[in-house]
Each structure stands twice: as C-alpha cells, then as structure tokens.
Design a protein around this ligand. Sequence first.
Ligand SMILES: [Cu+2]
Length: 234
Amino acid sequence: MILLKQFCQWLNKCSLNAVRLLLASFMLISSQVQAQSLRVELRDADGVPVTGAVVEVLLPEALAAEYRAPMEWAVDQVDKEFVPEVSAVVAGSEVRFPNSDAILHHVYSFSPAKVFNIPLYGQGDNVDFAQMFDNPGVIEIGCNIHDWMLAYIYVGQSRLMAITDENGVAIINDIPAGERSYAVWHARLDTPDNVLQNDIVIPDSGVAEVQLQQALQRDRRIRRAPSSSQERYR
Ligand SMILES: [Cu+2]
C-alpha cells in the first residue's frame, strides 16, 4: 500500500514536470515562429489589376528549408489549353501533366531550370508523366502541336508563395515575423527577368499590405488557331 502511494506521488510529479516541459517547448516554438501575413496588390501602368503574378517571400536558406515540404501538383490539358496557366510549386515537387483532351499533345520545356520533353500522348496514355522540379526558377511549358498553348511553373524556395487573383491580390500566410524581402514575378512584368524585389517588415501582429504598380510588356502570345479541323492532332 505504501509502495502504491509512493508510486502515485512519483507519477504525479512526473506528469507535472512533463506538462511544464511541454508548456515551455510550446512557448519556445511560439516565440520563434510568429505566423503573419503579407497582402500584395499588383496593378499595371493603367491601374488594371494584374492576375497570374506569383509573389514569394524570400527567406534565408536555413529558414526556407523549414517551409519546403514538396507539393503534389498537376498541370492539365483541357480544350487545348494548359490548366492552370500559372502554377507556383516548391522546389523538390513533382508535377504531373495529364491530358484531359480526346486528342494528342506533346508537352515540352526548354527553360534552363527544367528541360523536358513528353512526346505525343493522349488521354490515359501513361496517365501523368510526372516531372521533378528541383531548381528554383520559372519554367515555360509549351505544346509542340498547338503553338498557342503556354503555361508557366514558378518553382520557389519555400511554400510562402501565392498567385494574384482577378483583383490582382495575393495573400501569403504563416510568414515568420521580421525583416524580409519578397519577389513578384509575372510573364510580362516590364523589369529585368520579369521580376521585381522589395524589402518588407512582417509585423508580430496584423497584415503587411503592399500596393504595387508596374508596367507590363506587350502580350506576344500566339493567337489560337480556329478549331474547324477534325484532325486528330488539332
Ligand atoms: Cu497540344
């Protein structure tokens, strides 16, 4: 009976210490990671919202590595267009390229960050043809058959990325507070490498808000061919 009493006292003490330790660890984690947000609104020279721009918070390498869980992603082909047109994935992610059309596509990239080639394939052919995107950068994806088909995959250093919506707004959450910088990329941004970069202070509480205005280059996309032909490739 005495033994049991001693055991209970010991257990009680242990649990108390365990709780204290758990609480201390939690407070330590809380003080290290302040989850805050950045809201970027991008407009062109005429004040029109720019959609499809990628915003990425740039972190020091050691910190970025903590936000680098690979993503599962797919760029589909629907009605002879890539869907979505702009993607943002973390370095180390695999991207699949399913073909949802009843015709053949031939997907390729000549971009230095990822060169690949998936010769003519149809719906269900080998299904996905996943490609690994290891290196940060922007990859331009085309189709050898349909010249107007174009997609961009922005490969970032961490998951702290977002793409501007129809209002030109991108919101990134869970950013560690502090002095940071961020990059904005858009295929037609009239800056070197289509990128602009700024510093920003992410506060301990609240949202850091930025409004940007930047001219776009002329749209050089190839116009889509009329779809009158019934040929298998067109
Ligand atoms: Cu195609």
